[in-house]
Design a protein around this ligand. Structure first.
Ligand SMILES: [Zn+2]
Length: 329
C-alpha cells in the first residue's frame, strides 16, 4: 500500500513537472514575448497566419504580438486577463472571424473605455463556405446570442479555415495591409511596399498550386479535421474529413466505417494528419484501410520546432503541396 502511494505521488509530481515544462515552453514560444513596444504600431493577432501577415507587411514599423502560443491549437484556446491588458494598450487587433475565435465578442467587450484599439476581421471579402449542412440555420452575420458559445460547442455553421488556401490568404493579406494603413497612415508607403513583396510570394505559391494540382490524377483527399475546404474549393480537390470543422468534434463509428470504405473504393493511398492534433484517429483509420499517413498542415499554429527552424506560412504550404502531389499521383 505504502509503496503504491509513494509511487503515485511520484507519478503525480512527474506529471506536475511535465505540465510546468509545457507551460514554460508555451510562454517562450509566443510571438515577441507579448510586450507592447513604444514608437511602433502594436498589432495583436489571434493566431499564427495573421501574425505572419502582420509581421511581413508591418516590417520594422510594427510590433506584432500573437495571442495563441506556438504548439497550441487555436480551436481550443481562450484568452486570459493579461491578453486583455495587452490588447488594451495596442493599436490594432486582427482576428480571423468566420467563427474561428468564438471568444472575440466577449473579449472586446472587456476592453477599457480608454483603449483606442481598432479591431478588424481578416476573413472579410472571402466567399465563405457553409459548415454542417444538417445544422444549418439562417446566417446572422456574426451577431446574436447563439454565436457566443461557438468556442464550447464547436458546431460551426461556417468553415473558418480561410487561410489554408493561397488564393484566400491573398485577400487576407490585403485586409491586413488596409488595416495597417488605417491605424498608421504615416507609414503607408512602407506597408504598401512590404505588401507588394508578400503578394508576389503568395501569387507564386498560388501559381505552383494551380499548376501542380491541375496535373494530379486523383482529386480526393482524406484529412483528419475538416480544415481544407477552401484549398479544395480553390484548387479543384474534394475533401473527406475524419473529424469536423474543429479537431475535437468527435467522429461517429459509422462515419469512420464509411470513410474506411471510401478510402478502399477510391484507391486513396494516404490519410492526412496534422501536427497539433493527436494522430491516433488518422493512424487507426489508415491501418483499418491498410494505407499510410502523411502530414497536411492546416497552419493554425507553428510547433516550437518549426518556429526554431524558421518555417513560415510559405515553407509550410510548399511542404503541403509536395505531400499533396505525392498522395494524388
Ligand atoms: Zn481548424
Amino acid at each position: 500500500m505504502r509503496n503504491k502511494t509513494a509511487s503515485s505521488i511520484r507519478n503525480f509530481t512527474a506529471a506536475m513537472l511535465l505540465a510546468a515544462l509545457v507551460l514554460v515552453a508555451a510562454a517562450c514560444g509566443s510571438g515577441s514575448g507579448g510586450k507592447i513596444v513604444e514608437g511602433k504600431t502594436n498589432v495583436v493577432t489571434t493566431f499564427y497566419p495573421l501574425y505572419y501577415l502582420a509581421s511581413e507587411i508591418g516590417g520594422d514599423k510594427v510590433n506584432a504580438v500573437n495571442l495563441v502560443p506556438a504548439g497550441v491549437e487555436p480551436h481550443d484556446w481562450s484568452p486570459k486577463s493579461q491578453d486583455l491588458d495587452l490588447a488594451s494598450k495596442a493599436q490594432l487587433f486582427l482576428y480571423n472571424g468566420a467563427g474561428l475565435e468564438g471568444w472575440t465578442d466577449n473579449f472586446l467587450k472587456g476592453l477599457s473605455k480608454k483603449s483606442e484599439l481598432v479591431t478588424a476581421e481578416m476573413s472579410k471579402g472571402i466567399t465563405l463556405i457553409k459548415g454542417n449542412p444538417e445544422e444549418e440555420h439562417e446566417e446572422e452575420e456574426h451577431e446574436g446570442e447563439e454565436h457566443d458559445d461557438h468556442g464550447q460547442s464547436h458546431d460551426l455553421d461556417v468553415d473558418p479555415h480561410t487561410w489554408v488556401s493561397p488564393k484566400s490568404i491573398m485577400k487576407m493579406a490585403e485586409n491586413v495591409k488596409n488595416s495597417l494603413v488605417e491605424v498608421d497612415p504615416a507609414n503607408k508607403a512602407s506597408y504598401e511596399d512590404n505588401y507588394a513583396a508578400l503578394h508576389a510570394k503568395l501569387e507564386a505559391l498560388d501559381q505552383q498550386y494551380q499548376t501542380e494540382l491541375s496535373k494530379t490524377a486523383k482529386k480526393d483527399i482524406v484529412t483528419s479535421h475538416q480544415a481544407f475546404g477552401y484549398l479544395a474549393r480553390d484548387y479543384g480537390l474534394r475533401q473527406t474529413a475524419v473529424m469536423g470543422l474543429s479537431p475535437d468534434a468527435e467522429p461517429r463509428a459509422q462515419d469512420l466505417l464509411q470513410i474506411a470504405k471510401f478510402v478502399k473504393e477510391n484507391d486513396i493511398r494516404y490519410i492526412f494528419f496534422e501536427e497539433l492534433v493527436s494522430p491516433t484517429l488518422a493512424n487507426t483509420l489508415a491501418s483499418e484501410a491498410k494505407v499510410d499517413t502523411m502530414v497536411l498542415n492546416p497552419i493554425e499554429g507553428l510547433t516550437p520546432e518549426q518556429e526554431k527552424r524558421g518555417d513560415d506560412y510559405i515553407t509550410l504550404m510548399e511542404a503541403n503541396l509536395q505531400n499533396l502531389i505525392k498522395a494524388l499521383q
